[in-house]
Design a protein around this ligand. Structure first.
Ligand code: SIN
Length: 281
């Protein structure tokens, strides 16, 4: 295999060619993939044919599998590590989590040790007249930090925010037991990437509910201003899916949202795995 890494031209993202994820990857190939992932925040491989166990095995090379609230409700039969993300209903019941991640966010930021990253394998992609729908957008929180004026950088560096599981409106409201298992946590609003050392803004509307040592009214304004800044067009890569794509993002470098511009009979089916991370610093 000759691996090729092709940056998207946007602030994040690279396509990786010359890799067949159904085969064992040697250490040098994996190291090149991992480096592209760390540097670009989003990487994707087209035309992959992988089984659920192969997706789990590849995910595990980046970190232990992380289970979230959806794993308990919608996982792939025989592969509990994989969550089904889908709008498809079979026999009157949804086969997966519908409308997952339609607001800008970084996965499981409400936990003490948020995941390193998340991987999606595209099984079915909706379209209209052959035009793909259901894209996913990624915003580089690293490029957003780089673009801040020095005065604002020094004002927010070393600040911490409260991240509250109940702050965000979810497609499926969590159960009380899930709320009890996820009490509010505190994280820096400027994170240092654990592998590249790059600084990344870590602020989301709704998930961040307060900033330590700041009046609530000022904190609300600052959270909104930073959340809006991160998702400016110059920091965005928009991924247009094809069946067979395997794409993974880094939850420190980028935030993401799923574009909900389709509905049945347009079917979307993704297999998602989540890789464990480290405590944000
Ligand atoms: C997610 O936020 O995990 C879902 C993203 C997508 O389905 O495009």
């Amino acid at each position: 295999m000759t691996i090729e890494i092709i940056p998207t031209g946007a602030a994040a993202g690279a396509e990786i060619r010359g890799v067949d994820l159904s085969q064992d990857l040697d250490d040098a190939t994996f190291a090149a993939i991992e480096d592209a992932y760390n540097q670009r925040g989003v990487i994707f491989f087209r035309d992959q044919t992988i089984t659920p166990p192969q997706q789990v095995e590849f995910s595990r090379r980046f970190g232990e599998i992380e289970y979230n609230i959806f794993s308990e409700r919608w996982s792939v039969t025989g592969s509990p590590e994989i969550v089904v993300v889908s709008n498809i209903t079979e026999n009157g019941a949804p086969i997966g989590i519908k409308r997952a991640g339609e607001n800008w966010h970084s996965d499981m930021c409400y936990t003490a040790r948020p995941p390193r990253g998340t991987m999606l394998h595209a099984i079915e992609i909706p379209d209209l007249f052959g035009l793909p729908l259901g894209d996913t957008e990624f915003a580089s929180a690293a490029a957003a930090w780089d673009a801040l004026p020095d005065t604002l950088r020094s004002r927010i560096e070393n600040r911490h925010a409260t991240f509250d599981f109940t702050g965000r409106k979810r497609a499926f409201p969590p159960k009380q037991s899930e709320i009890d298992r996820n009490p509010p946590v505190c994280h820096p609003i400027v994170r240092t990437h654990p592998f590249t050392g790059r600084k990344c803004l870590y602020v989301m509307r709704d998930d961040c509910t307060a900033i330590e040592g700041m009046e609530q009214a000022e904190a609300d304004l600052l959270i909104a201003a930073l959340a809006d800044h991160i998702v400016k067009p110059q920091f965005i890569y928009r991924h247009q899916w094809r069946v067979g794509d395997v794409l993974m993002w880094d939850n420190c470098t980028v935030q993401h949202r799923a574009v909900q511009d389709y509905d049945m009979p347009q079917r979307r089916l993704m297999h998602r795995t989540t890789m464990g991370g480290s405590v944000p610093v």
